[in-house]
Design a protein around this ligand. Structure first.
Ligand code: BES
Ligand code: MN
Ligand code: ZN
Length: 502
């Protein structure tokens, strides 16, 4: 598998007169109460009040996300010095537009325009939506240019060669493009099937990305994992002909005196359940079980390109959970890297076992904060549904800071409690802990209680992304499949930290 180092679409700014510059499509923003973008105003003037009349009559809808694609009107001229098609984009109440919605709007808009190949799309939203939202629209637009159908002879998604943003600043465009490309990097990794992405090929892709953006990277192969005592990672990967890996990336954006933050991702490149085998319905999407690791990788890429002034170490624990004569078994006791003994009572609760050693390696770097991301439990989806990530923590202020970053970016998270008594459920009769709770009740939390045994005294937040990481069906603003969820939140949180917020 050779992962493209994605630069899907060239994003640039333009100051040209929109009605006389060449474009396959001119995208024109229209909001409630007569709010119009620059090009909408020009069009309206040129065509004798046509835009405002059409809005008044209800023929053009301004509701947020409403898209109207049509051939260009004769009044703006024809040929190479005029746009060929127009698309009106409803922005709704511009006062109420927030970053998450701006992102979704950018994505929905481009998803409508990738049905056929286009060279140049010109977007006029400046003057209508606030400057602070421009990067979010650009990021969303980039996300809208990629999807899950990556193995079709006839591509379903045809990204334009260029998107030119009228009146957007270069910095907003560059920042949005980096975020969007990084989300797509994460999504591509997750959407790639498990015959292409396995621990070694994931590590190779991470190395290529690291080289591309200037991240330091170290890959522990199975021999190194053995000498490092990563017996838990090795146990989960023991059945597979694709041996486990641990990827350690470093980005030092701050100076030497600044503390390190650790991002840790679950990278189970395929989760068959192992001997506690999953039924087909439960297994069918389990190529997505490395979404946590792919999110860490995408986030490291983004912060390196954005040059955020923070020091971050990113760790991906990679293993394939399979079945063979060498598989780990029910009743096995594994001594994890930190010395804790784990009784295995369900080989399908493998993510926490991989994370046990991965978190311990993170702790060794003495981070001031650890955030882990994992498609960890179906129970979290039962609790919160498909669209919301669960937060569990041993440190309220850290969790609060992440929650605020998520809120600002419009990504949905909700905190679950970590009362002490939940910890009773993972006590084992033969070892220090066992890898399942007593019953399925509170399964997201008992999994987090297990992870807590491996973070030492470090402030830590666990994000269970089993629900939102991989979508069953598409929506106007995103394709089905991998979503890249939480990357924007992590970048926003790290930006906040660089700005001195707690
Ligand atoms: N990878 C799964 C969790 C999952 C389920 C992620 C659905 C995304 C969508 C995880 O390894 C798992 O199998 N968890 C078990 C734990 C149980 C055996 C204690 C689960 O949730 O059923
Ligand atoms: Mn599992
Ligand atoms: Zn899993």
């Amino acid at each position: 598998m050779s992962l493209p180092l994605i630069a899907l679409v060239k994003m640039e700014s333009t100051k040209a007169d929109l009605l006389t510059s060449k474009a396959d499509c001119l995208v024109v923003g229209i909001g409630d109460n007569g709010a119009l973008s620059t090009a909408a105003i020009d069009l309206d003037k040129l065509a004798g009040g046509w835009v405002s009349q059409s809005i008044k009559s209800g023929a053009l809808k301004t509701k947020r996300g409403e898209l109207t694609l049509m051939p260009a009107i004769p009044a703006i001229g024809t040929g190479t010095s005029a746009p060929a098609t127009l698309m009106f984009v409803g922005v709704g109440d511009i006062e109420k537009l927030r970053r998450g919605q701006a992102f979704d709007l950018g994505a929905a808009m481009m998803r409508r325009l990738v049905d056929a190949p286009r060279e140049r799309v010109v977007v006029s939203l400046a003057g209508l939506i606030a400057d602070e939202l421009h990067d979010a629209v650009v990021a969303g637009a980039m996300m809208g240019c990629d999807g899950e159908s990556i193995y079709m002879a006839e591509p379903k998604i045809n990204p334009p060669q260029v998107i030119a943003w009228h009146g957007f600043g270069d910095a907003s465009i560059a920042q949005g493009a980096i975020i969007g490309d990084s989300i797509n990097t994460t999504r591509r990794m997750v959407n790639e099937p498990a015959n292409h992405i396995y621990p070694e090929s994931f590590a190779d892709a991470a190395s290529a990305i690291a080289a591309d953006v200037g991240l330091a990277i170290e890959v522990w192969d199975e021999k190194r994992l053995e000498s490092e005592g990563c017996r838990a990672i090795l146990a989960v990967g023991a059945a597979s002909i694709r041996p486990p890996r641990l990827v350690i990336m470093k980005y030092q954006g701050g100076d030497n005196s600044q503390p390190w933050v650790a991002l840790v991702g679950k990278g189970v490149t395929f989760d068959s359940g192992g001997l506690s085998i999953k039924p087909t319905d439960g297994m069918v999407d389990m190529k997505c079980d490395m979404a946590g690791a792919a999110t860490v990788l995408g986030t490291m890429r983004a912060i390196a390109l954005l040059k955020i002034k923070v020091n971050v170490i990113g760790l991906c624990g990679l293993a394939e959970n399979m079945i063979s004569g060498t598989a780990f078994k029910l009743g096995d006791v594994i001594e994890a890297r930190n010395g804790t003994t784990i009784e295995i009572l369900n080989t399908d609760a493998e993510g926490r076992v991989v994370l046990a050693d991965t978190l311990d390696v993170a702790v060794q770097h003495k981070p001031v904060a650890i955030v882990d991301l994992a498609t960890l439990t179906g129970a979290c989806m039962v609790a919160l549904g498909r669209d919301v990530a669960g937060l569990m923590t041993n440190d309220e202020p850290l969790c609060e800071a992440l929650g605020q970053a998520a809120e600002a970016e419009g990504e949905l998270v909700w905190k679950l409690p970590m009362f002490d008594f939940y910890g009773e459920q993972i006590k084992s009769k033969v070892a220090d802990i066992k890898n399942t709770g007593d019953a399925r009740w509170g399964g997201a939390i008992t999994a987090a209680k297990f992870l807590e045994c491996f973070v030492g005294n470090a402030p830590w937040v666990h994000i269970d992304i089993a629900g939102p990481a991989f979508a069953e069906s598409s929506k106007p603003h995103r394709d089905a499949g991998a979503t890249g969820v939480m990357l924007r939140t992590l970048v926003a949180w790290l930006n906040d930290r660089a700005a001195g917020k707690p």
